[in-house]
Design a protein around this ligand. Structure first.
Ligand code: ADP
Ligand code: GN1
Ligand code: MG
Length: 687
């Protein structure tokens, strides 16, 4: 659970929400009246009470929150509200007032900065290094985020875009100066101008739109009328966009950010606003075509305050993480500045991060992985396999005119020519080209997708049919030796290190009843009915990357366990993960059922992909491989549960036990379907 709280402190209401950083959802929400003006300590009391109540509603406690973030009006520097007119505060140490009462690390920032932060991390600035947000509301606010950090300026006054001057000596602004952007581009200004033009043009259709009542004019009136060809309205809009474009262009010419995002109520106009605004900005600002600052409408509206403030703690986290990752990336040949990083994927073994690295003004995407040295005892010989196999595949892909940067993995060499970097603590890291525009799935989303993944895994084996098996290192000894996995389970049962045995007795019985079965493939091998081949050994659906555009399989990944093995196990591992109605993590076993239709699709694809490369013995043993891998995986989860969850990554208590039960449920289903499973293999191998 990664929960934190975002508080949106306004002049009238205090709204707060518990935000789940993993799912990006607000899981509980609440609000109370601000009753300003009151001292910061009093308001902090109410904020903390509200935080307690929403934490409870989210099924958690305040103490379990990672942090609290608060968005406040006014000028803020390092958690202190220097001044806030509508709260009547000067130098209020709100961060401290909340933190000391809540006992949870608290961050405070200006509300426009917070809205910019939501947008930068989870909105239009996601994966970008810099974003400037301009909020068009009653006032015009702004926020600057660079490398996931809000720029407050030396005194907290930064990003006051509304008071940059777009017309020297022009309209009077509420701040007392003349010609400020706010006097032209706020909702207030837009409404004022709409009314003024209506007074000048009695024949404007805007009059009928407001039933002749000028007090009914809103920020959308002129936009709607202009879309219908009303000239007076068009003049309002042109004037509005011209000034806004000057304001935005000034920002672009100074900062050249990746993104400028326009928020606030008026941004709801969408393309009616953004398209002409972009045209005008392109005309008057610097930038090269194809590589200009993007100008977009904000993704977040009402929840920007809660989401953005809930994310405030990321500033410290990201800075720390980037510094750590930087010291790793610096050792690779195509190093550069780490401008972005985030945990990535749902693998159970390695520590995987997506990173963006900038070098010579160009950004490149990578996957940076800390190789799990608890699982892989010799990461260097693992990387020898990895590099040898990927170079072999690269050649084949290049020869047949494919894209070797996307159709296979590519490890970047370290400065001293090695394929992974060993840090001062003895941890091993690899940097791999990120396969662009790709995604992986934890569950089959479309049946054809499963069929296609079967062709891809079958074909992967086919491509490696001539690869010299004896040159490969065994990265995990006895990896898919099921009798040995059974032995390990019995050892864990006998040791009962964590006192969990009483909880899993029926699962242990389930395994014991299949002791003989565990030997089936090893016996077939001894009897010469099952050849050893170069196999992948971890053929879960999420170890294939699909092209985001075409939806087709692009690249087989997770090459840590390429070793001599049985093709029927590669087949079986895909079945246990994919030919089911639920995720591997599903707790409700009534939802976990073997899906024979998906099984059939996979059989068809795997046999096709193998291009006649499967022997009669292998074909006959495919259904056994499916049950074997499911049984083996269930035993592995159970063993790990009994041993204290040291192998597979878990994110909740009993996670491995739930997974074991899930797999055993599938084993039972498959056992019942075995005759049908054989018949299906026959159907497709006869062709
Ligand atoms: P694990 O052994 O922990 O499963 P993986 O190597 O499979 O580690 O990586 C975990 C996840 O990261 C994958 O399921 C995939 O979503 C993503 N991933 C890994 N390598 C790449 C890559 N080169 N490009 C894009 N995504 C990748
Ligand atoms: C692990 O690495 P990942 O998450 O793709 C495991 C597989 C298991 C699988 C269960 C090296 O796969 O063997 O079948 O979890 N990989 C290793 O989901 O042990
Ligand atoms: Mg994986």
């Amino acid at each position: 659970m990664e929960y934190c709280i975002g508080v949106d402190l306004g002049g009238t209401n205090i709204a707060a929400g518990v935000v789940d950083l993993k799912t990006r959802r607000i899981v509980a929400k609440g609000s109370v009246k601000t009753r300003a003006p009151r001292p910061s300590a009093e308001i902090a009391e109410d904020i903390v009470a509200l935080c307690h109540s929403i934490a409870k509603e989210a099924g958690a406690t305040l103490a379990s929150m990672k942090w609290i973030g608060v968005a406040t009006p006014g000028i803020v520097k390092d958690g202190v509200v220097i001044s806030a007119n509508n709260l009547r505060w000067t130098n209020a140490n709100l961060a401290n007032d909340v933190q000391s009462r809540a006992g949870v690390r608290t961050y405070v920032a200006n509300d426009a900065n917070v809205a910019a932060y939501a947008e930068a991390l989870w909105g239009s600035g996601e994966h970008k290094a810099s974003l400037v947000a301009i909020t068009l509301g009653t006032c015009v606010g702004g926020g600057i985020v660079i490398d996931s950090k809000i720029w407050e300026g030396k005194n907290g006054f930064a990003a006051e875009m509304g008071h940059t001057i777009v017309d020297a000596g022009g309209r009077e602004c509420t701040c007392g100066k003349r010609g400020c952007l706010e006097a032209y581009a706020s909702a207030t200004a837009l409404i004022g101008e709409t009314r003024r033009m209506m007074s000048l043009y009695g024949d404007s259709i805007m009059w009928s739109m407001v039933d002749g009542d000028i007090t009914k004019v809103s920020g959308t009136t002129a936009f709607r009328a202009a879309a219908k060809g009303d000239r007076a309205a068009q003049r309002v809009i042109d004037d509005f966009i011209r000034h806004l474009a000057i304001g935005v262009s000034n920002v672009i010419n100074i900062l050249q950010p990746d993104v400028v995002c326009i928020g606030g109520g008026i941004s709801g106009e969408g393309d009616n606003l953004i398209l002409p605004l972009r045209r005008e900005i392109e005309r008057i600002s610097f930038g090269t075509d194809g590589n200009r600052t993007e100008v977009v409408a904000a993704k977040f509206r009402n929840d920007a305050g809660i989401i953005g403030s809930a994310l405030l703690g990321k500033q410290d986290e990201v800075a720390k993480m980037n510094a750590e990752l930087q010291s790793i990336v610096d050792n690779f040949a195509t190093g550069g500045k780490v401008v972005y990083s985030e945990p990535y994927g749902s693998g159970h073994i390695n520590d995987t991060r997506y990173v963006i690295v900038e070098r010579d003004g160009e950004r490149r995407e990578y996957i940076l992985q800390r190789i799990n040295d608890n699982v892989f005892k010799d990461p260097v010989s693992l990387m020898d396999n990895y590099v040898a196999v990927t170079e072999y595949l690269r050649k084949i892909i290049t020869e047949r005119g494919g894209d070797p940067d996307r159709e296979t993995l590519n490890a970047i060499k370290t400065l001293d020519g090695k394929s992974c970097y060993k840090d001062a603590e003895g941890k091993y890291w690899r940097l791999v080209l990120f396969v662009t525009d790709s995604e992986s799935y934890d569950k089959v989303e479309r049946p054809e997708q499963f069929y296609e993944s079967a062709v891809a895994f079958g074909n992967f084996q086919y491509l490696l049919r001539d690869y010299p098996a004896d040159t490969l290192n065994e990265t995990i000894v006895n990896f898919h030796n099921t009798p040995d996995r059974y032995r390990q389970l019995m050892e864990a049962v006998a040791g009962d290190k964590c006192g969990r045995l009483s909880e899993v007795e029926s699962e242990v019985e389930f395994a014991k009843a299949r002791r003989e079965f565990a030997y089936t493939l090893e016996r077939a091998r001894e009897e010469g009915r099952l050849p050893l081949k170069v196999t992948h050994n971890d053929t879960k659906l999420n170890n294939i990357l699909f092209d985001k555009k075409s939806g087709k399989p692009l690249c087989v990944i997770d090459l840590d366990t390429i070793m001599p093995g049985y093709s029927v196990n590669d087949f079986g591992d895909s079945i246990r993960f994919g030919a089911t109605t639920a995720l591997e993590d599903e707790i409700d076993l009534s939802k976990v059922n073997f899906d024979i239709n998906l099984y059939e699709l996979y059989v068809k694809g795997f046999i096709e992909g193998a291009k006649g490369g499967l022997t009669e013995g292998e074909l006959e043993l495919l259904p056994i491989g499916a049950i074997m891998m499911t049984f083996e995986c269930g035993m592995r989860f159970l063993t790990d549960y009994l041993s204290g969850d040291t192998y597979f990554r878990t994110s909740r208590p009993r996670h491995n036990l739930d997974r074991a039960r899930n797999q055993f449920k599938l084993v039972s289903d498959m056992e019942k379907s075995l005759p049908e499973m054989h018949a299906i293999v026959k159907k497709y191998s006869a062709k």
